[in-house]
Design a protein around this ligand. Structure first.
Ligand code: FAD
Ligand code: UDP
Length: 372
């Protein structure tokens, strides 16, 4: 008997929504389910006092991928937001990423030549470090002790719940280091936030698909699988295989959202990082600034790093040797599944930005529909 749907898509996040959009556009019938009560996964926004609150953490769309940029711009309009976070340390504010403004604030140096000389002096002290063995060594080699102690160490150790000497070097290698007065956090060519928030993007992607919310795949697995010829699973890969090799580890976060009725501007910037170890949160987000909002009130979110435990949200994969090896074992099982596809940050146990997520979903749906 022919199934009711061509695809059952588990997870109404960005990956599932892009897949659903492309499959629907090419005449396939899709049922999209999510255990949450809303679509969008982690890019979901909740409107509060006319402000789009990034409910699961600040999301800034940035990419160098022209195909992805054109794709999202066909669906929604983007504003001109550029991420230029501040770092707060010892009562002072510093610009990020590390650039001439930061060097001026740290040391009073006014020209690139002065800044380079100062950093070279710092770096010379760590010349004995060859290939950095951990994040601390990488940071000292990149910018010296001053930058490391004030802007990196505390933030990183809070974020990851481990000493910087126990973390891989690559985590901070992606932070730009510039000798211009440019506070743009990203080097990518395209950047912005969808006008009206990310839900508009998700709604456009899910148009034409049937969506069931508050539906956990694992509570109705057999019944749901019977409804479709093929399943796309975007949840946790270890859960899909009933943790048969053990549990993958994650880093979690806790968001404390606060509505401030008596001020229209709390911190004057969308993102302020708190880089001291003693401050328990890593950053405060003021959501209206993502959209140049002029509402009479404001909404801020304190972001606290949190240890992961079953029942908490798995935000960041822990890509250390143990977890990477464990994931590979699950991936082998996944590769051998018939009529089941796996995709997205949880099923692929990866940290993927939104543009990478869209590119990966477009590639998967192309491969899949070419095959059929
Ligand atoms: P998700 O958004 O996690 O969607 C998966 C969905 O599957 C969820 O809705 C979940 O409820 C559902 N699901 C899981 N299990 C089940 C089940 N058993 N039954 C039913 N449903 C299930 N990217 C950027 O480009 N810029 C940023 O600034 C940025 N900031 C980020 C900040 C944070 C704190 C985090 C965590 C990520 C950030 N990202 C950012 C990355 C971005 O969130 C991802 O690229 C994107 O959301 C991944 O989409 P996804 O569909 O793979 O996963
Ligand atoms: N980081 C830091 N100080 C900061 C911001 C970032 O040391 O003020 C380090 C930290 O280790 C973090 C990494 O850089 O995990 C990557 O930061 P990014 O902002 O790219 O990551 P996000 O947390 O937004 O995914």
């Amino acid at each position: 008997m022919k199934a009711t749907y061509d695809y059952l898509i588990v997870g109404a996040g960005l990956f599932g929504a892009v897949f659903a959009h492309e499959a629907t556009r090419r005449g396939k019938r899709c049922l999209v389910i999510d255990k949450r009560q809303h679509t969008g996964g982690n890019i979901y926004c909740k409107e509060v006092n006319g402000i789009q609150v990034h409910y699961y953490g600040a999301h800034i769309f940035h990419t160098d991928n022209r195909r992805v940029w054109d794709y999202v711009n066909r669906l929604v309009e983007f504003n001109r937001f550029t991420n230029s976070p501040l770092a707060s340390y010892g009562g002072k504010l510093y610009n990020l990423p590390f650039n001439m403004n930061t060097f001026y604030q740290l040391w009073g140096v006014r020209t690139p030549a002065e800044a380079r000389a100062r950093i070279e002096e710092e770096r010379a002290r760590y010349a004995h470090i060859g290939e950095p063995a951990n994040l601390e060594e990488q940071a000292l080699k990149l910018g010296g002790r001053d930058i490391y102690e004030r802007l990196i160490k505390g933030y990183t150790e809070k974020q990851w719940g481990r000493a910087a000497t126990e973390l891989p070097a690559f985590i901070i290698r992606r932070l730009p280091f510039r000798f211009t007065f440019d506070n743009n956090y990203f080097n990518d060519r395209y950047q912005g936030i969808p006008e009206g928030g990310y839900n508009r993007l998700i709604d456009a992607l899910l148009e034409g698909s049937e969506v069931r919310l508050g539906t956990d795949y694992f509570a109705h697995r057999e019944e749901l699988d019977r409804l479709a010829d093929t399943t796309l699973f975007t949840g946790c890969i270890d859960e899909y295989f009933e943790y048969c090799f053990g549990r993958l580890e994650y880093r979690s976060l806790r968001f404390d959202h606060r509505v401030l009725e008596d001020t229209d501007n709390f911190q004057g910037n969308a993102v302020v990082n708190y880089t001291e170890r003693e401050v328990p949160y890593t950053r405060i987000i003021e959501h209206k600034h993502f959209a140049f909002g002029t509402q009479p009130s404001t909404v801020i979110t304190y972001e606290y790093p949190d240890d992961f435990a079953p029942g908490k949200e798995p935000y960041y994969p822990v890509n250390d040797a143990r977890n990477s090896a464990l994931y590979e074992r699950y991936r082998t099982l996944a590769d051998n599944c018939v009529d089941v596809l796996f995709g997205g940050r949880l099923a692929q146990y990866t940290y993927a930005d939104m543009d990478d997520t869209i590119e990966a979903a477009l590639q998967l749906v192309d491969r899949e529909l070419d095959r059929k």
